[in-house]
Design a protein around this ligand. Structure first.
Ligand SMILES: [Zn+2]
Ligand SMILES: [Zn+2]
Length: 138
């Protein structure tokens, strides 16, 4: 079954719009802060919206930052599953780039077989500096 974004609750829609426009990942509290004047006042509302968006694969959680980003996978229209993605996280400006490299996913699947380890969630985050920040540091 295909989950359409129109089926999102109004709160989830607001959270998603905010994340789509944000250049940086946002924590649940930053989201709450920015949406307060739009009628979202309780943390559980934000958590529920984030959970529903994450399940749909529209939003990803960046574990190392404890923050969320909107999915920027434009090729993939079918956003009804939580697809595996890798992220390059810049410790300078806080930007996050979503990477989809099927070779990495294939390799992880291979490893999973070899280790006889059932992977439930795949998180791969590369921490470093983006080109702009690297130039600034030099
Ligand atoms: Zn994605
Ligand atoms: Zn940077």
């Amino acid at each position: 079954m295909r989950t359409k974004s129109t089926e999102l609750s109004p709160h989830s829609r607001k959270v998603f719009d905010l994340l789509s426009k944000s250049e940086k990942p946002l924590s649940a509290y930053e989201i709450l802060d920015k949406l307060r004047r739009h009628g979202i006042k309780a943390p559980p509302t934000v958590y529920r919206a984030l959970e529903s968006l994450t399940e749909r694969g529209m939003v990803h959680r960046i574990e190392s930052l404890n923050a969320f980003v909107a999915c920027h996978d434009e090729d993939e229209e079918d956003h009804n599953h939580n697809h595996a993605a890798q992220f390059a996280v810049c410790r300078g400006c806080g930007s996050v780039t979503e990477i989809h490299d099927h070779r990495l996913s294939d390799m992880i699947r291979e490893l999973s077989n070899k280790l006889k380890f059932h992977i439930e969630r795949e998180m791969l985050e590369l921490l470093g500096l983006c080109q702009q920040c690297e130039h600034k540091a030099a």
